[in-house]
Design a protein around this ligand. Sequence first.
Ligand code: ZN
Length: 283
Amino acid sequence: MNDAGEGAMTVQVDRWSNGPFEPVADRVLVARCQPCDVNVGLVVGDAAALLVDVGTHPEQGAALYRAAVRETEDAARHPVPVRWALLTHDHYDHWFGLSGVRAEAGERLIAAAHAWFGRRHGAEEDGENERVQRQLGLADVPMPDLRLESAQCTAEDPWTLDLGGVTVQVAWLGHAHTPSDLVARVEADGTAHPGRTGVPGAGGRAVEGAAGRRPVVFAGDLVEESGPPQAGGEADVPGWAAVVGKLVEFGGEDALYVPGHGAPVDAAFVRAQGEELAARAAG
Ligand SMILES: [Zn+2]
């Protein structure tokens, strides 16, 4: 979502709901959440699990964390801690739930984001984040513990999390939807649960055949399926078009792309959205 669009002004941020975590590939689940139809990811390794974004409301974040813990209790046949939260960018619908996640998880959780994350939050300019913070009555919104500099997470040399049988590569591809957009490419090594016919997702539910083995890319709001990409004041539309091209190179032709909002899409959809952005920039 943006922080300047008319739609964002009418969102009732205190009314939230979380869809169930549904497997989309081996070890990767996605919950569709309201408001804003925002996607929250859960990646479950043998040693640890990762949330990708945490929703709008603190209570929503707490509920997402508890749901993630339930999923990880039987996912790898033994409980694994939900150790990480990756915040794709600093729009309220992707991270204001962090207070609630923190309240549930305590010190066990490490929240990571790009170094640019939250730079504008709390600044003099009164943006959408600040309006939502007031609307929710939040005295404070916790910042991520770990901020990645651009040089620490390039497409060529991504920041890498080994969750045990699942590798997550995190990259910053340039100023696009915001200055702080991070993307995550998830690949399971296929060694888990040998001898089963389907490829299990977490929670014991199978994603059948080749679909289960494809890499998954969490694209944040670089890609939107539920509507046209939302460009707020901090977006760099020409840069964004170029970043979308880099995203397909980073994620690969066969990957499943999870947008910030809406249903997962393929590389062709992502490329077409890049062309739309390029036309908008030229236009
Ligand atoms: Zn956004």
